[in-house]
Design a protein around this ligand. Structure first.
Ligand SMILES: [Zn+2]
Length: 271
């Protein structure tokens, strides 16, 4: 236990939003994934470095569940290039205008409050996509799971990408293990992770997918697809704007939309 805590502190409180497991563990896990599946994952531009078969799909880059539908499709969505490190690559987008209902199942009060905070952060941008809290059966349901640390990292949450028909991914999983958010989870921290996971649900990939080491530390991992079809948005900085909400790894605290995040969100969902 001490070792794990030390690891998290030693890495400047970088807690993976994902499950950045140790390479040797991953190598073992990767062996169970067929070469065909790994080839499909790579073709879509995702890292094949830590692929885990889970819940009827494949968990990649730590917190993204790729379904069979995802693996068999070719994304036509834009790749917004704002900075050399931060690139807002997307998969399918959600059809707008749209109100997305959000429910919370079997989670304690901090998670429930954090859901309202996350909804408010999105709605403050006045996108053509509105989020609305409902008591059950939301378009996106926030559900708990309990999983301890593995290899010094812990999964904070996970989700997936929109469907081919333009609906958001329907579920966000949030870790209820005390090692994830502590015995008294901070609402703003939880909200930051929820905003990130909902970001995947509406089509956002990690802004540092070209180099996960940018937010996760460790060795450089760059298996992203060729930079084809990038849209560099005029007037935005070319240097990385740190603390993007879609960075692969959490900073262990509150992380709100940065300037580039707002530009990207409005570019995609305010047109
Ligand atoms: Zn993520």
């Amino acid at each position: 236990m001490k070792k794990i805590k030390f690891c998290l502190v030693a890495s400047a409180l970088i807690v993976s939003i994902t499950s950045c497991k140790k390479t040797e563990h991953l190598a073992e896990k990767n062996q169970k994934i067929s070469q065909d599946v790994l080839a499909s994952i790579s073709k879509l531009g995702f890292s094949t470095d830590q692929v885990i078969a889970k819940n009827g799909g494949y968990l990649v880059e730590g917190d993204i569940l790729l379904t069979d539908e995802n693996l068999n499709q070719q994304s036509q969505s834009p790749n917004l290039r704002i900075a050399d490190v931060e690139q807002y690559r997307t998969t399918n987008l959600v059809k707008v205008p749209r109100t997305i209902t959000v429910s919370v199942s079997n989670l304690t009060e901090p998670y429930s409050k954090a859901t309202d905070v996350a909804i408010a952060r999105y709605n403050a941008l006045n996108l053509k996509m509105k989020f609305k809290r409902v008591s059950s059966d939301g378009d996106i349901d926030i559900v708990g799971f309990n999983e301890g640390p593995d290899g010094g990292y812990i999964t904070l949450g996970s989700s997936g990408f929109p469907t081919n028909s333009g609906d958001p991914y329907a579920q966000v999983l949030m870790n209820t293990n005390p090692d994830a958010y502590g015995p008294n989870p901070d609402v703003q921290y939880l909200a930051s992770v929820l905003v990130h996971e909902v970001g995947h649900c509406i089509g956002f990939r990690h802004t540092d997918y070209m180099n996960r080491a940018y937010s996760c530390n460790g060795r450089k991992i760059n298996e992203g697809a060729a930079d084809v079809g990038s849209v560099r948005i005029p007037g935005t900085p070319s240097k990385p704007d740190a603390e993007s909400f879609m960075l692969s790894c959490s900073n262990g605290g509150n992380r709100v939309f940065n300037t580039n995040d707002v530009v990207a969100l409005k570019y995609l969902y305010l047109k």
